[in-house]
Design a protein around this ligand. Structure first.
Ligand code: MG
Length: 381
C-alpha cells in the first residue's frame, strides 16, 4: 500500500456566521463562505478525507511539505508520517501548523477506517458509543435578544436544558464588545445561569483569556461560590506559573492548556507543575488524534481527567475512546443559530444529539463525517 496523491478541493457554501475583529464567531447575514476538503489517495484507489479551513491547507503547504512527506508511504504508517511532518514544522518557519498536521493525520485515519469498514473510534478501541454533550455558547455580543446581558444567558440556558443539554459552558464577553472584558459582568452572567438552571446542572466558564492574576483569582472564587465545575483560560496560557499559582489558590478545577503550542510536551509540563487540575487536548490544537491520545493517556496515568476541546468528528472520536473525560463540547451555540441544521456539504451532522443530551457516534466507516461529495463537486471554487 502506497500513498499516490494528496488533493485539496476548495468549495463555496452559505454561512450565517461572521467573525469579529478578535476572531470570535457570531451570527450574521447569510453570505458566501469557503471550505476545503483534503483527500489522500492510495495505490488501490482508497481515499481518506478531512474537512479543513482553506488557509490551513494552502497549495504551497501541500506541495512543499505534505506531498513531499506522504507520497510513497504506507497510509497505515500514521505515526511515522506524523513524526516526519512534525519534524518538518521547524524548517517550515512556522508555516506548517499543528492544525495542518491534524487535518492530514485525520485524513489518514479516515482512509484506514474506510478501508477496513470501521468507524475510527472502533478502530482505536471504543469506550462508549454515545457521549454526553455540554452546550458551549458563543462569546457574548451586543445583539438585542442575543447574548448581550446576563438575562440573555439565563434565558438561553433554560432553552438549552429544554433541548436536552445536561451541562453548559459559557463564553462571556470579550473584546471588541464595548464593555468587555469585565470580571464583574462575567460573574453576573454566571450567577444568572446558575439561578436559571438550578444547583444540579454542571456549569463551566471560559473567561476572557487575558485577565491579571488578581482578576482571575477573584473571578475563580466567585465561580466556586456558584458551584461551577471548571474554570477555563482566564489568563494568558504562556505564563504557566500564573496557572500553577491560580490552581494552588482555588478549589474549583482549573483546566488547560488549550491553545498553548507544544502538543503533548506542554500538557506534560502543566501537569508536572500543578498548573491544571483537568488536562486539555483537541485534535486541532495538538496535531491530530494520535497526539491527543498521548495526552489523554498521560492524564489518565496521573489520575486526571482530560476534557476534549472543540467539536467535530475528530474530537467526538476522542471522547468516545476515553474513560477519563466527561463531555463532548457541542457548539458554538447562539439563540439566533440552529446548530442542528446540517451544512450543505454534509449529508448529516457528525454529532447528532438526542433529547437526553447524548451525542451518538456515527457507524459509517471512517472518521464520521458523512460528506456530500455531489454538493462539493458542484460548488468548486
Ligand atoms: Mg476554550
Amino acid at each position: 500500500m502506497k500513498i499516490v496523491d494528496i488533493g485539496v478541493r476548495v468549495f463555496r457554501h452559505v454561512s450565517t456566521q461572521v467573525r469579529d475583529s478578535d476572531g470570535h464567531s457570531h451570527p450574521g447575514d447569510a453570505h458566501d463562505a469557503r471550505q476545503a476538503l483534503l483527500t489522500i489517495t492510495d495505490d488501490d484507489g482508497s481515499e481518506g478525507h478531512c474537512l479543513s479551513p482553506v488557509q490551513v491547507v494552502r497549495p504551497h503547504l501541500i506541495d512543499g511539505f505534505v506531498r513531499h512527506v506522504l507520497v510513497g508511504q504506507d497510509p497505515f504508517d500514521r505515526e511515522r508520517i506524523w513524526q516526519e511532518l512534525a519534524h518538518w514544522q521547524r524548517g517550515s518557519t512556522g508555516q506548517l501548523s499543528d492544525r495542518a498536521l491534524a487535518i492530514v493525520e485525520m485524513a489518514l485515519w479516515d482512509l484506514a477506517g474506510r478501508k477496513l469498514g470501521l468507524p475510527v473510534y472502533k478502530l482505536i478501541g471504543a469506550y462508549r458509543d454515545k457521549v454526553p454533550a455540554y452546550g458551549s455558547t458563543m462569546c457574548g455580543d451586543e445583539m438585542k435578544g442575543g447574548l448581550a446581558t446576563p438575562e440573555d444567558y439565563a434565558r438561553y440556558a433554560e432553552w438549552l436544558l429544554g433541548r436536552g443539554y445536561k451541562a453548559i459552558k459559557l463564553h462571556t464577553w470579550m473584546k471588541p464588545v464595548s464593555f468587555a472584558p469585565d470580571p464583574r459582568m462575567d460573574v453576573k452572567a454566571c450567577a444568572a445561569v446558575r439561578e436559571a438552571v438550578g444547583p444540579d446542572i454542571p456549569l463551566m466558564l471560559d473567561a476572557y483569556h487575558g485577565y491579571s492574576r488578581s482578576d482571575a483569582l477573584w473571578l475563580g472564587r466567585e465561580l466556586q461560590k456558584l458551584g461551577y465545575y471548571w474554570y477555563e483560560e482566564p489568563m494568558n496560557e504562556a505564563s504557566m506559573s500564573s496557572y500553577a499559582w491560580l490552581a494552588a489558590n482555588l478549589d474549583i478545577p482549573v483546566i488547560g492548556p488549550e491553545c498553548m503550542e507544544g502538543k503533548f510536551h506542554t500538557r506534560a509540563e502543566w501537569i508536572k507543575a500543578g498548573a491544571c487540575d483537568l488536562s486539555r487536548t483537541g485534535v486541532h490544537d495538538v496535531g491530530g488524534i494520535g497526539p491527543s491520545l498521548k495526552i489523554i493517556h498521560l492524564a489518565e496515568s496521573f489520575g486526571m481527567d482530560c476534557e476534549v476541546h472543540g467539536g467535530g468528528a475528530g474530537n467526538l472520536t476522542l471522547t468516545a475512546v476515553q474513560k477519563n473525560g466527561r463531555w463532548y463540547e457541542r457548539g458554538l451555540l447562539h439563540p439566533f443559530l440552529d446548530y442542528d441544521e446540517v451544512p450543505e456539504y454534509l449529508n448529516a451532522r457528525p454529532d447528532p444529539m438526542d433529547a437526553d443530551g447524548f451525542v451518538h457516534l456515527s457507524r459509517l466507516p471512517g472518521l464520521g463525517d458523512d460528506i456530500n461529495f455531489e454538493y462539493i463537486n458542484s460548488n468548486l471554487v
